[in-house]
Design a protein around this ligand. Sequence first.
Ligand SMILES: [Zn+2]
Ligand SMILES: [Zn+2]
Length: 174
Amino acid sequence: MSEIAEREQGIVYCGYATLLADILEEDMDQVKRHFGFPVEHRVYCLYCGDRLPRSRQSEYCSPKCRNQSRYIDVACDQCGNLFKRLESQVVYHIGKHGYQHQFCTRSCLWKWFGRRYGFGVHPEHARHSTRKWNYAVIWQLHLVTGLGALKLHVYLPSLPLGTLGYILAAMRKE
Ligand SMILES: [Zn+2]
Ligand SMILES: [Zn+2]
């Protein structure tokens, strides 16, 4: 095989192994070994940069580093603080809604939401309609946070879980 063809094949292997590693949530080197792709010898941990133990057949020095590598820094939309969030979660919500606001704490979420939509700490009671609960506000909250009924219920304990589920389902149809 020519040098160029060999290199190109290497790039294809590399891209394919990355994809498989993401899908299988496995270390890249493990995936490469399993599927018989060429494995380059890695000396340092991908996350912390420490030297890898000889015996360790992984890209990370420890399960902790492997776990940490799944988180990315995101900035809070209210206060600007950087905090960690699972990369897969961020990607999932962006894929689902095209965007996602990030908040480091519940209080930042409420501050941002209140300022933007013009009410205080109990948006579920904001009265702009004849309904007992303000469906539009709850729907906005769902879109902005990417949270489903179960998690919204944690933020809005005064609103029964069943009602929340009903409101989201109703708004989805509108
Ligand atoms: Zn490490
Ligand atoms: Zn914040």
